[in-house]
Ligand binder design. Structure first.
Ligand SMILES: C[S@@+](CC[C@H](N)C(=O)[O-])C[C@H]1O[C@@H](n2cnc3c(N)ncnc32)[C@H](O)[C@@H]1O
Length: 249
């Protein structure tokens, strides 16, 4: 793993020792007692993975996709979400690759809209957190057509079927407003600190492989990736902009 942060694995109760040991061997992260410094601990519990990051939050963090999906269900206007609008409201079920899966919130929205989504995440810790959260929504209704892959998405897309649509959400550059970033995003940033986000290469690979369009999530006033002007843009009232590049001929 290439990260500057100290990441450790621990477990709650003797019952979870074996699972924690297997995870430790799988992703090559040491098992240790939880510390109170700025390390990040992946805590294996009977109900899934929790993240203890004292430097970010006093409370343990658990990625709760059940709550996220029930929020989608409550929102009558989910089709007016800027990402839904960027995808378009065609009835056709599209194959979508999310090249920067992270905590798979965007992937869940796309799958909730009825598409087949492959969420690709290269960081093994983030992948395990997302996978553990996904296990819990396997039987929720509607059943999401969502799979998660632990791979570098540039390698992955060169070896697999070309998707209709590709989503890229590279880490936003840190600015003076970093303090405003929500806690889950701070955890994601802390775990992936020091990794090359390779957004220019992600963009090049996406444009070569998507048969319909590439959607790039950007800070509202951020520069275009590779200085490439999109054909369309959708901006919400908050901090995000979606740049849309049409690739169909
Ligand atoms: C800003 S986060 C994405 C957040 C995500 N959209 C969500 O809904 O939670 C960016 C993620 O992309 C991942 N990433 C960056 N480059 C990648 C690559 N080449 N292949 C796969 N994942 C990558 C990072 O590890 C990080 O987890």
């Amino acid at each position: 793993m290439t990260t500057n942060k100290k990441i450790i694995i621990s477990h709650s109760g003797a019952d979870n020792y074996q699972k924690a040991l297997e995870l430790s061997n799988k992703i090559n992260i040491p098992m240790q007692q939880i510390e109170t410094d700025d390390s990040i601990c992946l805590l294996v519990t009977s109900s899934g993975l929790q993240i203890i990051a004292p430097a970010i939050s006093k409370k343990p963090f658990e990625l709760n996709l059940t709550k996220l999906i029930s929020e989608f269900q409550k929102q009558q206007e989910i089709k007016k979400h800027p990402l839904s609008m960027a995808i378009g409201l065609k009835k056709k079920k599209c194959l979508i690759y999310d090249m920067t899966a992270g905590f798979i919130k965007d992937s869940c929205l796309l799958a909730y809209l009825g598409h087949k989504v492959v969420a690709i995440e290269k960081n093994p810790v983030i992948y395990e957190i997302a996978k553990s959260a996904q296990e819990k929504i396997k039987d929720t209704s509607p059943k999401l057509d969502l799979s998660i892959v632990n791979a570098d998405s540039i390698n992955f897309i060169n070896k697999h079927q070309k998707p209709d649509i590709i989503l890229i959400d590279p880490m936003f550059p840190k600015d003076k407003k970093t303090a405003l970033v929500k806690k889950p995003m701070q955890i994601l940033q802390a775990i992936t600190t020091g990794e090359n986000q390779s957004e220019n290469n992600l963009m090049k690979a996406a444009l070569l492989n998507a048969t319909c369009k590439v959607i790039v999530k950007r800070p509202k006033n951020g520069p275009y990736i590779n200085d490439k002007k999109p054909e369309l843009q959708i901006t919400n009232n908050q901090s995000t902009r979606f740049d849309i590049y049409l690739t169909s001929s």
